[in-house]
Design a protein around this ligand. Sequence first.
Ligand SMILES: NC(=O)c1ccc[n+]([C@@H]2O[C@H](COP(=O)([O-])OP(=O)(O)OC[C@H]3O[C@@H](n4cnc5c(N)ncnc54)[C@H](O)[C@@H]3O)[C@@H](O)[C@H]2O)c1
Ligand SMILES: CC(C)[C@H](C(=O)O)[C@@H](O)C(=O)O
Ligand SMILES: [Mg+2]
Length: 367
Amino acid sequence: MPNPSILILPGDGIGPEVMAEVRKIITWFGDKRGLQFDVSEDLVGGAAYDKHGKPLADETMAKAQDVDAVLLGAVGGPAYDNLDFSVKPERGLLRLRKEMDLYSNLRPAQCFDALADFSSLKKDIVAGLDIMIVRELTSGVYFGEPRGIFEEGNERVGINTQRYTESEIERAARSAFELAMRRNKKVCSMEKANVMESGILWREVVTRVSADYPEVELSHMYADNGAMQLVRAPKQFDVILTDNLFGDILSDCAAMLTGSLGMLPSASLGAPMENGRPKALYEPVHGSAPDIAGQGKANPIACILSFAMALRYSFDQGAEADRLEAAVEKVLADGVRTADLLASEGVEPVSTSQMGDAVVAALDASL
Ligand SMILES: NC(=O)c1ccc[n+]([C@@H]2O[C@H](COP(=O)([O-])OP(=O)(O)OC[C@H]3O[C@@H](n4cnc5c(N)ncnc54)[C@H](O)[C@@H]3O)[C@@H](O)[C@H]2O)c1
Ligand SMILES: CC(C)[C@H](C(=O)O)[C@@H](O)C(=O)O
Ligand SMILES: [Mg+2]
C-alpha cells in the first residue's frame, strides 16, 4: 500500500508561518508513530499569482484532485486587494472548493478549559463549549449566477445571486445529521426563511431529510437570531447547519467564543474517492492576517488542529487525532500563549515556532 498523500498549500501572509509548524507535527507522527505520508507542496493565492499570473495553476488543481488530503494555510493580502476579481487570491481557494466539490465544511468551536477565562464571554457561558458548524461550501451566493458588476442606465450595479438546489441542501443536511448522530443528536438549521425563497426551500429540505434521522432533534432559527444566540448562550447548540455565507460569518463569530480566531480549524469534505477516503481540504478558519504576518506572532493552533481533523476524517487515525488535540490542550493548560491568547500585559508571549515546538514536546510526553 502506498503512503497516504498530502498536498500542502501554505499560501500567503501567516499561511506559510503556521504551516511550518504543521510540518513539524507531520514529521513527528512519521518518526514516532510510524505514520508516513507522501508530502508535496505547491503555491496558492497571491504566491501562485506572483508566479503564474493566476491564483491557482491548473497543474496544482490537478494535484489537489489526486491526493488524499490538501492542507491549506491562508490566502490573500493587501498587495492583491486591487487585482481584477477573476485573479484575486481568494478565487484560488474558491476554485479548489468548487472543483473538488467540497460541499460540507466542518468548523468545530471548542473552548479549551485553559482559555475559558480568556473568551470574550463570561467563563460559565463558554466553559466546556463544543459545537460543530456545518457550512455548505460549494454553492449559495458565493457561486450563484448571474454575478458581476454591470451597467444599468447611468450607473453600475453589483450583483450576486443566492441560489440553492434541493440536492445541494440535502447533501449538506445529511452530513450535519450524520455528525449529530455521533455527537449530542441535535441539529439547529439557520437561514432567513422569513425574507428569502432560498431559505424557505432550505427549511423544507432540511425538515424532509430529518425524517431519516428520527433520533436527532431538529430546530430552525433565523440566522440573525442565531448570531445573537451564539453569543448569548452558545451551549444550547450541538450541530449548526447553515449556508455558505451565513456559515462564513457565524464561524468567525464562534471563533471568539473559544478565545481567538487563531484557534479554529476546519475540514472541507466531499464525496468518497475510489479508495473510500472523502475528497478533503483542511485549513484554519482564519485568513492571512496581514497585520501580524512576518513577525512570528501567529498562533499555529488552528492549522495544527486542522491536521488533527485530517488524521480523523481522511486517515482513519481517530486515536492519533485525540493525541494531537490532547497535546494542544496540555500546552494551553501549561500556560503557553501566543500573543493573541494573552489577556494581560507583562506576560511574555511565545512565538509561532515556540508554540509548535511546545506541541511537539507535549506529543513526546504523550508516549
Ligand atoms: N481561508 C482563507 O485563506 C482566508 C480566510 C479569511 C480571510 N482570508 C483573507 O485574508 C486576508 C486578511 O483578512 P482579514 O484581516 O479580514 O482576516 P484574518 O482572519 O486574516 O485576520 C483577522 C484578525 O485576526 C487575527 N488573526 C487571524 N489569524 C490569526 C492567528 N492564527 N493568530 C493570531 N491572530 C490571528 C489577525 O491578526 C487579524 O487581526 C484577506 O485577503 C482575506 O480575504 C483568507
Ligand atoms: C477567503 C474567503 C474566500 C473565505 C470564505 O469567505 O469562505 C474565508 O473567509 C473563510 O472563512 O474560509
Ligand atoms: Mg471567513
